[in-house]
Structures are given as C-alpha cells and as structure tokens.
Design a protein around this ligand. Structure first.
Ligand SMILES: Nc1nc2c(ncn2[C@@H]2O[C@H](COP(=O)(O)OP(=O)(O)OP(=O)(O)O)[C@@H](O)[C@H]2O)c(=O)[nH]1
Ligand SMILES: [K+]
Ligand SMILES: [Mg+2]
Length: 439
C-alpha cells in the first residue's frame, strides 16, 4: 500500500464558482497548515482561510478549507479539501504550491482505490461510484446508488458465506469420513451447493438488465429504402441528424443517437434500407444494418404505408420488434396485414410519434425495469459468477470429497474476486483505471 500524499481536482475543470481540490495521505494536515499558516480547523468544520504559496509567500486565493481526519474519511487516510474559486490560474497556483510541499498529483481512481485498500468500500461499491458519476438518466442513477449502498456486495458476500460454511462441512467429511457415503458431496452439503447453483442461475438469467441499464439499451430502426427511417430518427431526436432524400439507398453508415427514454438510456440507430443492392458500398451498409438488427435489444421496423409490405423487413418481426406504418399522412396509406399491431405515424408531420415513444418506453420498461433483487451490472461480475457456477457444477459431479472440496474452494474464490475479498491485486489496475482523476 502506498503511503505518499496525493491531491487532485475533485470537481470538473474550467471556470466555475467553486472548484474543490482533495488531498489524501499522511501529510494532508501539514500541507493545509503550511498553506494557511494556521493550525488545522476542527474536523469536518469549514473555515475561511487565506492560502499562500509556502515557497514564495504569495497569496493565491481565499478559500473554504476542511479537514477530515483518518480513519473516518472517504479514503480512510487524513483528507483535506480546499474549496477554491473556480478557474485555471487559481488551480495552477494551488497545484504549484502543493507540489512544492512534496505532494503528488493523484492517478485516475486513486482516491477510491485507497478507500478500497483501507476497507472503506468493497469493489462493487467502488465501481458504483464510477457508475453514479457517469449516470446520465434517472434509472442509471438509481441502480448505481443502490449498488453504492452495498446491495450487490451484500448479495455476493452472502453467497460466499453460504459456500464457505458448506466447504467447512466438506472438509470435516474428509477428515472424518463416513464409509457408507461413497460420493463426493455429503447429504448435508449437496442441497447447499444445488441451492446456490439455482440462485446463481436466476441472477445470471436476467437478460442483461443491469448491464443494459449501465451501458444503454440498443434500438435499431430497420426497413426498406425510402420507408422513412432517417426521417423517423430525426423526428425522435428532434434534430437533423441523418440525411433524408427521396433517393433510395441514402443511408449507408449506422447513425446513432442517444436518448433518455423515460429514465432509460437508449442508443437509437438508423440503418441502410434493406434490399438486394448492386452497389458495393450500399451492400456493405445493408450488411451493417443486419448486423445491428441481430445485436439490438429492440427493433423498430418501419413500413411505408403507400407501398406493399417489404418481405426483408417482415422477416425481422420477432418478439423484440415494434412495427410502425410511416407516411400515414399520404391519402392511400394502408397498414400491412401481418397479424400483429402496427402503429400508424408520419415522420413528416410528427403525428403518431409521441404514441410510438410511449410504446417504446413500455417495451423497454417491460424488459429492463429493475426487479426486486439487485442487478448484475458488469461483464466482470458476470464472468466471475459463471466461473463460480461452473466450479459448483463440477463439485456436484465430483467422485471424491477431496475433489469436490477443491471445486467449492475455486467457486468461493470466484465470488470473492467480485467484491475484492480475495487476491485481486492484478484486477485493481484494470478496475480503477476507468475512473476519472479526483475520484
Ligand atoms: N409523405 C411523407 N413522406 C415521408 C415521410 N417520411 C419520410 N418521407 C419521405 O420519404 C423519403 C425517404 O425518406 P428517408 O427518411 O430518407 O427514408 P429512409 O428510409 O431513411 O431511406 P434510405 O436511407 O434510403 O433507406 C423522403 O423523400 C422523405 O421526405 C412521411 O411521414 N410522410
Ligand atoms: K432515402
Ligand atoms: Mg435513411
């Protein structure tokens, strides 16, 4: 564990009313006294102080200062905050003064990493801080807050404790063997392992709910050339994002727009019109459209009400598809009869677009609304949970208790890596590198 004293701007850089510099480490208190020329303010009480560069003696700001003595601070170390006036010149003077005192600029995520290393947070809580800072919609914020309060860490730790107890039983079986039981797992342990496999499977089979909420739900707009896909994207985004023209085959690249759909983060993609294209570039566009259709969480299939229904688009109409009939403003527009509801709308006039948005919102909520249990939010967690389940499956089939015990031990380790209860040194750089400076 490193013990030097670090500092960083905790607020966003640039002109602002206030900017906050956070300092953490054994020399944090001394550094503050050297800047103010006064003893430390009482813990967690703000005080107005004149700050001077200890080398030149020059006044560089009058600011609120706060001290949070360790271990009751965010990082667990002595922490000091300077609430300076926002702006580059003040920041650079403060940086120079702190470096002059031998302090080091923090690396991204270093404050949270120290908090983890001092046992103030587990890894899922640390990751949730990053998610909360990155949250752009209400649903993302709620999920991150819940995880930050420890809901996910408690779930995984609870499972780990269950398994650890089972392992203790198993080891007792090995030390005091019962000759009548030839199998790997005894009657006392087998139901525990089976129960956990069931819980893990339930948690893993969540359609990526938590991960989608974190990363965004992908919706692809698909249809024949000139059906009005780009017009619809522009109508939904309420800006002129994609080129619209009466020339079939206008869109080639996938064009993405981020939306907040009733609190859910959505990535809406316009794609090339589906047809047998002779043009090489257009064919590549269609390949990308179909690729996007396959990966999308939901598909928005656009039909031109003044044309016969397009078979290539109809072929994509599965349970994850919402069908719309565009150009409802044209006098002869007719919805294709395909045995399921089709929303009439006009991308040109905007009629029917609000109804489509609520249908989309409902479809998204039906799939991704949070369930009662805390959600799986990261691929890192999913991989560890799958590894855990695999080891438990192996334990259930093990012919000898010694082999079963080794599999259960591996399963316990896999769970422990999620919250950081076991050796995770190799993981820490990867996890905290994604944080921004000052967190
Ligand atoms: N009357 C009417 N015309 C529309 C409507 N929506 C789109 N159009 C017209 O239909 C033509 C094609 O629109 P686009 O939005 O470029 O269609 P697209 O599906 O993106 O076409 P490609 O990118 O070529 O596949 C344009 O001339 C639009 O003005 C609508 O609701 N009503
Ligand atoms: K077009
Ligand atoms: Mg287009």
């Amino acid at each position: 564990m490193r013990t030097d004293t670090i500092f960083a701007l905790a607020s966003a850089p640039g002109r602002a009313g206030v900017q906050v510099i956070r300092i953490s480490g054994p020399d944090a208190g001394t550094a503050l006294s050297r800047l103010t020329g006064c003893p430390l303010p009482s813990p967690r009480h703000a005080r107005l102080a004149a700050l001077r560069d200890p080398v030149t003696g020059e006044l560089f700001d009058k600011a609120l200062v706060l001290a949070f003595p360790g271990p009751g601070s965010f990082t667990g170390e002595d922490v000091v905050e300077l609430h300076l006036h926002g702006g580059r010149a003040v920041l650079s003077a403060a940086t120079q003064a702190l470096m002059g005192l031998g302090l080091r600029v923090a690396e991204p995520g270093e404050f949270s990493r120290r908090a983890f290393e001092h046992g103030k947070l587990d890894l899922t809580e640390a990751e949730a801080i990053a998610d909360l800072v990155d949250a752009e919609t209400a649903a993302q914020r709620r999920q991150a807050l819940r995880q930050m309060e420890g809901a996910l860490g408690q779930l995984y730790d609870g499972w780990r404790h269950r398994l650890t107890r089972a392992l203790a039983h198993l080891e007792a079986d090995i030390d005091f063997p019962d000759e009548d039981l030839p199998g790997g797992l005894s009657d006392a342990v087998r139901p525990v392992v089976e129960g956990l496999v069931a819980d893990l499977s339930g948690h893993l089979a969540d359609q990526g709910r938590g991960e989608r909420l974190r990363d965004g739900i992908s919706i692809a707009i698909l249809g024949a050339p000139n059906a009005g896909k780009s017009s619809l994207l522009n109508a939904i985004a309420r800006r002129d994002v994609a080129i619209v023209s009466n020339q079939a085959g206008t869109t080639r690249d996938v064009i993405e727009v981020q939306l907040d759909l009733g609190g859910y983060p959505v990535l809406l993609a316009d794609t090339a019109g589906l047809r047998d294209a002779a043009d090489q570039v257009e064919s590549e566009g269609i390949r990308r459209a179909l690729d996007r259709a396959a990966k999308a969480d939901l598909k928005l299939l656009v039909f031109d009400g003044s044309e016969l229904p397009d078979p290539a688009t109809l072929a994509l109409a599965d349970d994850d598809a919402i069908l719309v009939m565009n150009k409802a403003d044209l006098p002869g527009a007719v919805a294709p009869l395909v045995g399921r509801p089709i929303l009439p709308l006009s991308a040109r006039t905007g009629d029917g677009v609000p109804a489509l948005l609520s249908a989309l919102e409902q479809a998204v909520a039906a799939r991704y609304a949070p369930s009662g249990a805390p959600a799986l939010t990261r691929a890192r967690h999913r991989a560890a949970l799958e590894e855990c389940r695999e080891n438990l499956h192996r334990a259930l089939q093990a012919p000898l208790p010694e082999l079963a015990a080794e599999d259960v031990r591996l399963a316990v380790r896999a769970l422990g890596r999620i919250t950081g209860r076991v050796d995770v040194e190799d993981l820490l750089d990867v996890i905290f590198r994604d944080f921004c400076i000052g967190k």
